[in-house]
Design a protein around this ligand. Structure first.
Ligand code: SF4
Length: 449
């Protein structure tokens, strides 16, 4: 960000308005606008992106066309017909059936997909301790013939996971260092992360907690009482994030127990559940579960969503039922190279989520977890994507782009450069079209900021 004293003029100058217009016009033309000798010249090219234009129509042409169609509905039907012709509707729609038919081995997956060399090597050599698992439902969303299918990259292991690059580690966020008792991560003052299970129905190959997920629930469940006691004895905590693994893979009884215990603590004001279940195992959102969730308020769901292909008839039904039960939902997505790193894909994902009452909440820069280099984009790419969203779609469709800082520093928001400079009287802001406007940012005379 460039801040400098570029313009010298007196606010009381009678020609102030004209001058301000002149200055803004200078940003919006190709003239050099630097005035102060101490600062280097600033050209329009410095402050405006290559996509800038004064022509509204040009900007509007960049609106992403709505292209999501009903293909995903048919994909699942065709998949069932080809691979599970004997499964009844009742079985297919039963989350226990989905879990017991998960695809977890090389032999099983080769029934459905011709693996690439990199995928086969990963599964043959079991190069990673991080297990492989995908539900039949989620596999049905993948275009099996397409080696570049976005969802395929997120769940089918690749040998590239075994290459650890500089700067990567198994616990880049140093969660282990901010864990006062097993199962609790207490990084921020007023809220904690409660890791309740290490089980997920589908394992995402870029998972930040791959060091601890993939085991059995019991491993973390045995610490629940101690974790709840910690929350009870720490009055500064007002917000609990129940995470894992995926907590919605726990039984109804276990979920009810956790929510009852946590909501019974007087200083707890809200509870959040982090989950990917509505998109990988939407069958889990049963009437019984909804009845339990409905009893606890305020309850928020942070849903891990990656790509518009995840928003199907089934997941839409799950989301709508959750919303009807009073659950407030936000999405969390990880920015992934070759999966969702385009304005078109993100726009479509966020539009689809809003339609099913999920507010796009966070877009995470991919954490430097060991073996994740093939998933990571540059931060510049992330900024470019946010720049491509802001102004071109509803503000509600735009998540906060953040980096969870390595070393346990917490989340830091990252923004494209909208503030292009300031002087004694104005802050200069670049809008979504690349045009620069002045905001009168000055304290009243005789007052301090
Ligand atoms: S659902 Fe979450 S916890 Fe489970 S593997 Fe994916 S990212 Fe990790």
């Amino acid at each position: 960000m460039f801040y400098g004293t570029w313009f010298r003029y007196d606010n009381k100058d009678s020609g102030y308005r004209d001058r301000r217009k002149c200055i803004v016009d200078q940003f919006n033309t190709r003239q050099v606008v630097a005035i102060d000798e101490e600062e280097p010249p600033l050209t329009r090219g410095d402050v405006l992106s290559s996509t800038s234009s004064n022509d509204l129509q040009t900007s509007w042409n960049r609106v992403v066309p709505r292209s999501h169609n009903s293909a995903s509905m048919n994909k699942t039907k065709q998949f069932r017909k080809a691979f599970f012709p004997d499964a009844t509707n009742q079985e297919w729609n039963d989350w226990h059936w989905q879990l017991s038919h998960r695809i977890t081995t090389l032999e099983q997956i080769t029934r459905y997909i011709d693996l690439t060399l990199e995928e086969r090597q990963a599964l043959e050599l079991s190069v990673t301790q991080f297990p492989f698992s995908v539900t039949p439902y989620y596999l049905s969303l993948i275009n099996l013939q397409d080696q570049n299918s976005a969802l395929r990259k997120t769940v089918i292991p690749s040998i590239r996971e075994s290459f650890t690059c500089e700067g990567e580690s198994d616990d880049p966020l140093h969660e282990e260092n901010t864990s006062p008792v097993p199962g609790i991560v207490h990084r921020y003052p007023d809220r904690v992360l409660f890791l309740t299970t290490s089980f997920c129905s589908v394992y995402c190959r870029y998972c930040t907690r791959s060091r601890l997920v993939g085991g059995h629930s019991e491993a973390l469940e045995k610490h629940w009482k101690e974790a709840i006691e910690y929350i009870r004895n720490t009055p500064v905590i007002r917000d609990v994030v129940i995470s894992g693994g995926d907590p919605l893979t726990l039984s109804d009884e276990r979920i009810e127990y956790l929510l009852t215990e946590i909501f019974s603590i007087p200083h707890i004001e809200m509870v959040r559940i982090g989950t990917k279940v509505p998109v990988v195992l939407p069958q889990r959102i049963t009437p019984q579960l909804l009845k339990i969730l409905k009893r606890f308020k305020p309850l928020y769901l942070s849903v891990h969503c990656t790509h518009p292909d995840e928003i199907t008839e089934e997941s839409a039904k799950a989301f709508n039922n959750l919303a009807d039960a009073g659950v407030v939902m936000g999405s969390q997505s990880v920015l992934l190279k070759g999966v969702n790193d385009s304005v078109e894909t993100l726009t479509e994902l966020y539009h689809q989520l809003l339609k099913v009452r999920v507010k796009p909440y966070y877009l995470f820069q991919c954490d430097p977890i060991s073996g994740s280099a093939h998933f990571r984009t540059t931060v510049a790419k992330g900024k470019e994507l946010i720049h491509g969203l802001r102004g071109f779609t509803s503000g509600y469709a735009i998540p906060q782009y953040v980096i969870d800082t390595p070393g346990g520093g917490g989340k830091v928001p990252i923004l494209p450069e909208y503030e292009v400079g300031h002087d004694a009287g104005n802050l200069y802001l670049r809008n979504y079209e690349g045009r620069v406007f002045a905001y009168p940012d000055r304290a009243e005379e005789g007052t301090e900021n």
